[in-house]
Design a binder for this molecule. Structure first.
Ligand SMILES: Nc1ncnc2c1ncn2[C@@H]1O[C@H](COP(=O)(O)OP(=O)(O)O)[C@@H](O)[C@H]1O
Ligand SMILES: N[C@@H](CC(=O)OP(=O)(O)O)C(=O)O
Length: 411
């Protein structure tokens, strides 16, 4: 007998029929003799609907009240699933995040989990009950309701699995695993049987929303066996693993991630003096704006163009902050561009293979796609391009690197 945490996302609980079929899947696991803790998201679209209501009431709703509001979405689905389980003759209990004391800090809208009191759930499990917990939410030390950021119920599930020392954390969604890239964009994308935590973290960080970044971080840190599966059909899904059972040779590229959410800001004609980068990025950091890629290059006239990317939602705020800074620095102008997107190729095999970047650039050149920014790490190469070429770029790279083929058959 194992202890299994199963998380079902918004699409999987999007209708009453789907909730009923989630109940059947949970019951099957229970019938196999396992203890089951279920973590649920709100019905698909519900969190956005609630956020829109808040913005209909006032332009800048307080972060605390927003969290009180949006957590109701998950409270609906947990109660409905428990009712479905009970009417099939199973003992089930639903709990909000606060009730099972998913303790977080007080950063409303992006709270971090600090601890979980596993006792209550343990007691229910020992009485043979199925426990259904609301994802995406917790409670701070003062008893205020908090949320963990969009997509946060993946993190709730992994954190519960870690606290309960579960044998596996299963993330059920509308795709049957992690693919070489978003299968909605590339029809020939291939499901991966396994992917390392390190690669999955990079894929999630670079925009693959199949798992929330923090859930992968958490799973890696606490070594929670994590599997992504379809809630609509049976199958092995994708196991996120540590690198132990490394095949003879790693595929060079495991996947392609992309992100439409970034915007580019350029400060032109910055004097090439010590401290200039700090003078630009210091105020951006103080305004609590996260910066992703940074590129700087010194021109012949001893000035530099300093370019970086931020979330599209923060482009205007960052540009505003920089107008004064640019004047003080003696820089020429500040430009911003929201029509960009980032494409990243990820793979631990890149460590031992030269020429991946060159091949990537060649494929993009053949499609006449201009690269605006480049950044690399040991296991990733990212480029910023014009947004309208994003899907073309992803498809061209996917077929150029033959990701649709099994890596060891294709060679
Ligand atoms: N590499 C990838 N592999 C699988 N799915 C991906 C990938 N990149 C992006 N996705 C997208 O992630 C979606 C699942 O995540 P999400 O919509 O957040 O599910 P849920 O509501 O179940 O949490 C898929 O429908 C798919 O379009
Ligand atoms: N309902 C929340 C939390 C969540 O994790 O949703 P999903 O599992 O559907 O991505 C959201 O929309 O952000």
């Amino acid at each position: 007998m194992a202890l299994i945490v199963q998380k079902y996302g918004g699409t999987s609980v999007g209708t009453i029929d789907r909730i009923k079929s989630v109940a059947k899947r949970v019951e099957r696991t229970r019938d196999e003799g396992h203890d089951v803790v279920v973590v649920l998201s709100a019905m698909s679209g519900e969190t956005n609907r609630l956020l829109a209501l808040a913005h209909d009431i006032c332009a800048k709703p307080s972060a605390r009240e927003l969290d009180v509001l949006v957590t109701t979405g998950e409270q609906v689905t947990i109660a409905l699933l428990s009712m479905a389980l009970q009417s099939d003759g199973y003992e089930a209990r639903s709990y909000t995040g606060a009730q099972v004391r998913i303790l977080t800090d007080d950063s409303f809208g992006k709270a971090r989990i600090q601890g979980i009191d596993a006792e209550r759930i343990g007691t229910d499990l020992s009485k043979g009950r199925i426990v259904v917990v609301a994802g995406f939410q917790g409670v701070d030390g003062e008893g205020n309701i908090t949320t963990l950021g969009r997509g946060g119920s993946d993190t709730s599930a992994v954190a519960l699995a870690a606290a309960l020392k579960a044998d596996e954390c299963q993330i059920y969604t509308d795709v049957d695993g992690v693919y070489t890239t978003d299968p909605r964009v590339v029809g020939s994308a291939r499901r991966l049987d396994r992917i390392t935590f390190e690669e999955m973290l990079e894929m999630a960080s670079q925009g693959s929303k199949v798992l929330q970044i923090r859930s992968v971080e958490f799973a890696g840190k606490y070594n929670v066996p994590l599997r992504v599966l379809s809630s609509f059909e049976d199958g092995p899904g994708t196991l996120i693993t540590v690198d132990e059972e490394e095949p003879m040779e790693q595929p060079v590229i495991s996947g392609i991630a992309f992100n439409r959410d970034e915007a580019k800001i350029t400060v032109r004609g910055v004097p090439d003096i010590p401290g200039a980068a700090y003078k630009i990025l210091g105020p951006v950091g103080h305004a609590n704006i996260e910066v992703d890629m940074i590129v700087q290059n010194v021109g012949a006239d001893n000035t530099t163009d300093f370019t970086f990317t931020v979330h599209k939602n923060e482009m205007e705020k960052a540009t505003e902050v920089l107008k004064n800074v640019a004047a003080e620095l003696g820089a020429r102008e500040v430009q911003s561009d929201a029509s960009v997107a980032k494409v990243s190729m990820v793979g631990v095999g890149m460590r031992s293979h030269a020429g991946v970047a060159a091949k990537m650039f060649e494929i993009l050149a053949n499609e006449v796609i201009n690269i605006q920014m480049i950044s690399t790490s040991e296991i990733k190469i990212s480029v910023v391009i014009e947004e309208k070429y994003l899907e073309l770029a992803v498809r061209a790279l996917h077929s150029g690197f033959e990701l649709e083929k099994e890596p060891f058959e294709s060679k």
